[in-house]
Design a protein around this ligand. Structure first.
Ligand code: ADE
Length: 228
C-alpha cells in the first residue's frame, strides 16, 4: 500500500514515519509513505499556499492552485483509490474506516491548515473527508499520522503477530478482553486462574465474556451499532 501525505509542515512526519510501526512496514516493503511539501507546488515567489477569505471573515484559506497542482502531479503517476481531506467536519474515523482503507492500493491524505481549504477543492478534487474526533487541531498532520498508523498496522505482516491486529479493541465493535503477563502473582495481585488452566476453549469463552462485559459497561454505544 502507498500513502501520499500532502502538508505545509512535512517535517512533522519525520520522527513518526521513521520510528513507529510505519518504519517497520516500510522497511518490510508492506507500505510506502511519501510526504509532499505543498509549498513546492506554489507558483508564488514566497511559496505561499494561502490567502484571505472572500467575504472578509477572519483567518487564512488554503488556495486551490497549489493543491490542484500537487494532486495532478501525483495522479499523473498512478491511480488513487481515495483522496482524503482531514477536517473536523468530516466523517468520523473509526476501526471500520481503518479496515476499509487498509485494503486500498494507493491513497492520498491532504492535511488541512489555517481556517481550511477553498471549498472548490472539496467539491471537485477530494473523494472523502475524515475527522479523527470532535475537537479542532491546529492542522491535519496529527490526524493524517493517526490514520496512517491505524491503517498500516492492519496490513498483514505489518505487526509481528498478525492475530493481534484481529483481536484489537473495536474489531467486531467490541472492546478487548483484559490481558496479563508473568508473573502470575505480583504483590498478591493474581492473574485469573482460568488463564493458567491451559483449557483453550474455556479461555476463549472467558475472553469473550470479559470483552462483552467491558463493552457493556464502558462503551454500550458499540453494541447498539452491532445490532444496526
Ligand atoms: N483538522 C483539525 N481538526 C481535525 C480533526 N479533528 N480531525 C481531522 N482533521 C482535523
Amino acid at each position: 500500500m502507498r500513502i501520499d501525505i500532502i502538508s505545509v509542515l512535512p517535517e512533522m512526519f519525520a520522527g513518526f514515519i521513521n520510528e513507529s510501526i510505519l518504519a517497520r512496514a516500510q522497511k518490510n516493503g508492506i507500505a510506502e509513505i511519501h510526504v509532499h511539501n505543498l509549498r513546492d507546488y506554489s507558483l508564488d515567489k514566497w511559496r505561499r499556499v494561502d490567502d484571505y477569505p472572500y467575504g472578509g471573515s477572519a483567518g487564512m484559506v488554503m488556495q486551490c492552485e497549489p493543491i490542484d497542482r500537487c494532486l495532478s502531479a501525483l495522479t499523473a503517476e498512478r491511480d488513487y483509490d481515495e483522496i482524503i481531506y482531514t477536517s473536523p467536519d468530516g466523517e468520523q474515523f473509526d476501526q471500520h474506516i481503518a479496515n476499509e482503507l487498509s485494503l486500498k492500493g494507493n491513497i492520498i491524505i491532504l492535511c488541512g491548515h489555517y481556517k481550511g481549504i477553498d471549498q472548490r477543492v472539496r467539491d471537485h478534487l477530494i473523494t472523502r473527508e475524515i475527522s479523527i474526533g470532535d475537537y479542532v487541531l491546529t492542522g491535519g498532520e496529527l490526524a493524517a499520522a493517526v490514520m496512517a498508523d491505524a491503517i498500516v498496522r492492519l496490513i498483514p505482516g505489518s505487526i509481528s503477530d498478525e492475530q493481534s491486529a484481529l483481536s484489537d479493541c473495536f474489531q467486531d465493535d467490541m472492546l478487548a478482553a483484559p490481558i496479563y503477563t508473568r508473573p502470575a502473582d505480583y504483590k498478591g495481585w493474581k492473574v485469573p486462574d482460568i488463564l493458567l488452566s491451559g483449557h483453550e476453549a474455556k479461555i476463549r469463552q472467558w475472553e469473550l465474556d470479559q470483552a462483552m462485559e467491558r463493552t457493556r459497561r464502558l462503551r454500550p454505544d458499540l453494541l447498539q451499532r452491532n445490532k444496526g
